[in-house]
Write a protein that binds this ligand. Structure first.
Ligand code: MEV
Length: 313
């Protein structure tokens, strides 16, 4: 049996902008998806998906997961025509929009196949296989999710829109920083939301370019403020990034309620994370007391789930 795992992630700055080659910052979280691969005497592959989930997530993503699994197997050049494999997914990462569940699925699968078929792949090659798998989930992924899921930690990521190798850099902070994550319980289609942004961009390129210019300055400031552990400034920049995401129309009332609630209860900044139009929001918290205060407030405000985590080292 071959085993592998892939980490969950949150995007701190730059979802959607990253698709167009602008830098983004993502943080791996401790929760992960695991995969076990065993050989069978029948051709093809079967899957047993035991991941915990936001209700409805796995059914909604079943077709995409199938396309993604086929892509990873094809990319790795595995011939399952005579003897196939059974794939078992598990782990403690809750499969939900915004947490990098699809990328963690792809990375865990690539690692488990690598182990079972003794492919001797490097981490970069696992990342490439997972990127292929991500295409099954959402067409034209930027690659940030699979990179964060493969390598973990805090990353600065710049896609090469021409299709070349992306640039990514690990950032290390002097101390861990607290986040409270709230789930709307809604599953979003990344493909649809990314496509909608593309339509908006092409219908008014000057409007998009002016927001993108503003975002470019913002993300550089965010990188500096994170490295200085200037949480007040980082929080303000998260709020500003959220305003930009609102104008791209990727927020929704359920996200806004949780964001406002977090800010009212002491979060230094709050924004949606990942695709938007459902999924998750993140809030930056300066200390343990605020972490508890914000987590309680999100729960009272109707969050489908609340997680407390840290990032930075
Ligand atoms: C999804 O987690 C992040 C998006 O920017 C899409 C992508 O980067 O591929 C919305």
């Amino acid at each position: 049996m071959g085993q592998g795992s892939g980490k969950g992630k949150v995007i701190l700055f730059g979802e959607h902008f990253v698709v167009y080659g602008l830098p983004a910052v993502a943080a791996g979280i401790a929760a992960e998806t695991t995969a076990e691969v065993t050989r069978t005497d029948t051709p093809g592959w079967t899957i047993e998906d035991l991941r915990p989930e936001t209700p409805g997530y796995k059914v909604e993503k079943a077709e995409e997961q199938k396309a993604s699994t086929d892509r990873v197997i094809r990319h790795l050049g595995l011939d399952l025509a005579k003897r196939g494999v059974h794939i078992k997914l598990g782990g403690n990462l809750v499969a939900a929009s915004g947490i990098g569940a699809s990328a963690a699925n792809c990375v865990a699968l690539a690692r488990a196949l690598n182990a079972e078929f003794q492919l001797d792949l490097t981490a970069d090659q696992i990342n490439e296989a997972a990127y292929e798998g991500e295409k099954g989930y959402h067409g034209t992924p930027s690659g940030i999710d699979n990179t964060a899921s493969t390598f973990g930690g805090l990353i600065w990521y710049v896609r090469n829109p021409a299709g070349g190798v992306p640039v990514f850099e690990k950032l290390k902070l002097k101390k861990q920083v607290g986040l409270v994550i709230g789930s709307t319980g809604l599953t979003a289609s990344t493909k649809k939301v990314v496509d909608d942004v593309a339509v908006k961009k092409s219908s008014d390129p000057r409007w998009f370019d002016s927001i993108a210019e503003e975002y470019k300055d913002l993300v550089r400031e965010a990188r500096e403020s994170l490295l200085r552990i200037d949480l007040k400034k980082t929080g303000q920049l998260m709020n500003k990034n959220q305003e930009m995401l609102r104008s791209l129309t990727v927020s929704c009332p359920e996200l806004e309620t949780l964001i406002q609630e977090a800010l009212r209860n002491g979060a230094l900044g709050a924004k949606l994370t990942g695709t938007g139009r459902g999924g998750l929001m993140i809030s930056l918290v300066p200390d343990k007391r605020t972490t508890e205060q914000v987590a309680g407030a999100l729960q009272k405000a109707g969050a489908a789930a609340v997680w407390k985590t840290t990032f930075g080292q």
